[in-house]
Design a protein around this ligand. Sequence first.
Ligand SMILES: Cc1cc2nc3c(=O)[nH]c(=O)nc-3n(C[C@H](O)[C@H](O)[C@H](O)COP(=O)(O)O)c2cc1C
Length: 333
Amino acid sequence: MKSVRIGEIVLKNPVVLSPMAGISSLPFRIICNEMGAAYSPTELVSARSIRYNGVDKSFRYMRISPEEEGITAIQLFGSEPEDFEAAVDTILNTQVLKDVSIIDINMGCPVPKVVKTGSGSALMEDPARAADIVRACKKAVEGLPRKIPVTVKTRTGFNAGDNGKPDFAKALADAGCDMICVHGRNRPQMYHGESSSEAIALMREAVRGYDIPFFANGDITDADSAARIIEQTGCDGIMIGRAARGNPWIFEQVTAGLAGTDIPKYPDSLARKQMLIRELEGRIKYLPEDVAVREFRSVMPYYIKGIPGAAAIKVRLVSAVSFDEVKEIIDLV
Ligand SMILES: Cc1cc2nc3c(=O)[nH]c(=O)nc-3n(C[C@H](O)[C@H](O)[C@H](O)COP(=O)(O)O)c2cc1C
């Protein structure tokens, strides 16, 4: 495995957890990094909200723990360069956030609520604005004793039929972006159909002449698909999303596969149930128990998928209200 550098940050390997709203909780990110992920960004947080309301309102989504996570990354979304500059400035002036390693910009979200405001994947239709946003973030991190890289996660296009936007990737690189990650689907594809390695490769080639790493994302489910996307796109690193839900072990498997060492076996039912409980305990540390359990309901089925009897307890898990209740239900299988 090649070592990858983002700005001055050297990654232990090229495998990163892809940010996922509702999934990328701090305890889950810590677990993924322990299992081998080089780092794990937060889910998307509104730059505008941080600018006008301060960090309190969205703090729970961007809580980081450099001691436990190692490299940390906060992902912001928005459409106004000034919002980003102010948000990054606020983050860097907030005691519990100021040590963040990387600022990531979301230019891929396909959700109508986000797109409607000109944010997320809508920025692919306005490369000049996207470049201004990168420059605004770069400006906000300028002059610090420590260099904070500004990265972008995007898609292969905004419109149906778009199959890679090389000029968009180039515009980001020209603006000084320190890493680009491309998910191989366009906006209307949301998460359906196949992620296109060809479309990713097109964008990869466009920025080959720049001294920045390029990451590929989409449909990586194991060591083989990881090796394949690297080979097909010529990317420097990969991000893994959905396949990591309830399955942080994917990071030890993929990193072993890429390093050419034996791939650890998928853990047994007991280890998976213990990990479920560990993540829930972690969530309860930061949230009221009932809120944490409710939010964890949609995640739990991923941890127990395939365990004999899982289907029967799933129905009960998705209406659980307390930690004890979850434990009791989990112990049934
Ligand atoms: C539930 C869910 C939430 C997501 N939230 C975000 C997000 O907050 N920021 C982001 O950049 N991408 C988000 N994504 C997209 C993923 O990071 C990733 O790009 C996509 O799922 C494709 O990768 P995969 O095939 O490995 O899942 C989300 C995806 C899912 C399924």
